[in-house]
Design a binder for this molecule. Sequence first.
Ligand code: URP
Ligand code: ZN
Ligand code: ZN
Length: 466
Amino acid sequence: MRTIVKNGNVITSNDEFRGDILIENGKITGIGSFVPGEGDQVIDAAGRYVFPGGVDQHTHFSALCNSGDKDTAGYESTDAVIVGGTTTIVDYAPQDPGKGLLDSIDYRINVRAKGKTCVDYTLHAMITDIMDCIFEEVKDLPKNGISSIKCFMAYKDSPLHVDDGTLYKILRNSRDVGVTVFVHGENGELIDRFQRDCVKAGHIEPKYHAVSRPPFVEGEGTARAIYLANKAGTPLYVAHVTCQDAIDEIVKARGRNQRVMGETCTHYLTVTKKALENEDFLEASKYVCSPALRDEAELENLWNALNDGTLNAIVSDHCGIDLEMKKQGLESFTLIPNGSPGAGDRIHVIWAKGVMTGKITKQKFVQLIATNPAKINGIYPQKGDIVIGADADLVIFDPDYRGEIRWADCPNGVDYNVYEGEPLLGRVDTVLLRGEVVVENAKFVGQYGQGRFIPAKPYAAAYVGL
Ligand code: URP
Ligand code: ZN
Ligand code: ZN
């Protein structure tokens, strides 16, 4: 069967025009003007925007599966993600207990995600146990459809922490096979010292989360990762950049022709550390994520860095940690599980706070929420733009809708929404995944388990440019 999405205002990564999109066998096979034939399915998009389904390259579904604690929300909660207009995620795959990178990835695809996922997905390998085998396994990631790995420099004394020696070795081995190394570039030693000092002084409230990880902690971690990547001769991708200190390090590196890219997150662009100062401990703990939220001036710095191309993706860093779990931190902010939900809200928030305020153009919006993440993760042109031959992952967006973000409409698998009450200046109305309508009138009408694993290709944008 052929499907024609008719008369929409089509927004691509570099264009905007009124036209039709022809879909056959789940792929985009025509862009232009098409007369429907007998039996064709016609979707009227008049008066609405049509843009590519979002690609969120930083999510943590079912991420605490190894901690012996309650897990973060699982893949079934990606129904909210697709209702929010994101059709592909690049999810993190932490090592399972006693397992290497590859077995953990295999288990995630074939057990954790299977039958549940509503979005297409690929994975980042993620080190949570520095076993001898991981150094060789990095070289085999591309054969298994994985083209990236994340190293955390921030969490001293936690299984997540990757020391500098390990980071350097991972960088070297990744270079040989075109794997993109993502770093969480905060200095774990400094954070540890500042956290101890805060607690000793009786400063246990969530606002001290930001006090104990000031911007220079991120600047130093980013600088060190860039230095090691330079010595290893490997491109680097800096995850969740929040401040000018880190931006400056990326700019300096680019200035000497080093290949360094970076992303920021919806919340760093739109929420300040004032949210951590709420007198209600639990309310404030919803915003405990790392790096910490910053002040107003940094929001502007980040928008500027997106516009000048220093940063090239906006991600959610979605962690479905519910309030019950956040209560672990009532004794001290250092015990609050880090991370906030938001994969279902990313597109609505960035449209309202980025496009509608004139901070970014509609084309830049598409680049940041879809095209660049697809290129960075080796899944372009299958994903990330409206081009002939791509998967027909499309969002039909009603620009006239007015309302507000409500947890009840987008639960994200957790019991709160950090964007509650924020304005909806337009809304995702219909979503097609590989040509199938899976969201209609802003409601999920697809199947749990419809999401497919998309193998990622190595030597992606960090190596070859966007
Ligand atoms: O606070 C955050 N970001 N939690 C998720 C883990 C990470 O550092 O990305
Ligand atoms: Zn991180
Ligand atoms: Zn993260």
